[in-house]
Design a protein around this ligand. Structure first.
Ligand SMILES: [Zn+2]
Length: 252
């Protein structure tokens, strides 16, 4: 196969994840796992395109970096991450929520802690949001995912719907909630407390599922795309999610 021609600056941002795949492994890729799209329509849309087999890609990542990645890029089906470790709990609060954003709108994972016990019932978590002490009415949880101290991962809101987990006092555009998948650790992690090892492992696993997902084309870089709630509001050191950014980034 002829060596790929990559023209700098020729890729749309949405293609960066695939560009990374193609450039990082370059000549190591077997020809059957990479192809150049040559149809006129693809050319008109931005030139070269690379399609890489997810399982093969992930095995290469592990061999070359030691980074453990999901066995394959999982599907997002009707807003739900389709993986056995992600427990579906959309129920009445989430399952009827329509499509409020495109998956390509998503370019941040925003991390929270609940300032609660580490193993709350899911009903009680949903209840916090729909019966808020300030009297405001919420129709859904403020997190797409909740990770409990026992390591269980619960999806509370479909990914195609907004979860209003962050205010926007800094007036960022696009807004934090349009851009974010919100993930909360159940518990209170203002220093020196940390989540359980089970919760930490599940957080890393969930982030890898999302960053490696081929449908989330603008979410792929842990150091650039994972932020804490406090970063949307210039919060203090102990502000949500409690632990420092360097700490939770080290868990991915
Ligand atoms: Zn928060």
């Amino acid at each position: 196969m002829a060596k790929s021609k990559i023209r700098p600056g020729f890729f749309k941002v949405a293609n960066l994840k695939r560009m990374f795949v193609a450039s990082f492994f370059g000549t190591h890729l077997a020809p059957q796992f990479i192809r150049r799209a040559e149809s006129p329509s693809d050319e008109a849309l931005g030139g070269f395109d690379y399609l890489v087999d997810a399982e093969y890609f992930n095995s290469l990542v592990e061999q070359n970096t030691g980074l453990k990645r999901p066995a394959a890029s999982v599907l997002i089906n009707n807003g739900q991450i389709a993986h056995e470790r992600v427990i579906q709990q959309l129920q009445s609060m989430g399952h009827n929520l329509g499509i409020e954003r495109q998956l390509t709108d998503i370019d941040r994972i925003t991390v929270h802690h609940t300032v609660s016990g580490q193993n709350p019932s899911i009903a009680s978590v949903n209840n916090w949001w729909t019966n808020r002490s300030d009297g405001s009415v919420w129709t859904r949880a403020g997190y797409h995912f909740l990770i409990r101290g026992d390591g269980s991962i619960w999806q509370l809101v479909p990914i195609h719907a907004r979860s209003n987990g962050a205010g926007n006092p800094l007036n960022v555009r696009p807004s934090p909630n349009i851009r974010s998948i919100h993930i909360a650790f159940a518990g209170d992690f203002r220093a020196p407390a940390l989540p359980t090892q089970e919760a930490i492992d599940s957080f890393g696993f969930l982030c890898e599922l999302l960053l490696g997902n081929s449908q989330l084309t603008n979410l792929y870089d842990a150091s650039a795309h994972i932020v804490g709630h406090r970063m949307w509001r210039n919060g203090g050191a102990n502000d949500c999610p409690g632990v420092p950014r360097t700490t939770y980034l080290s868990w991915v």
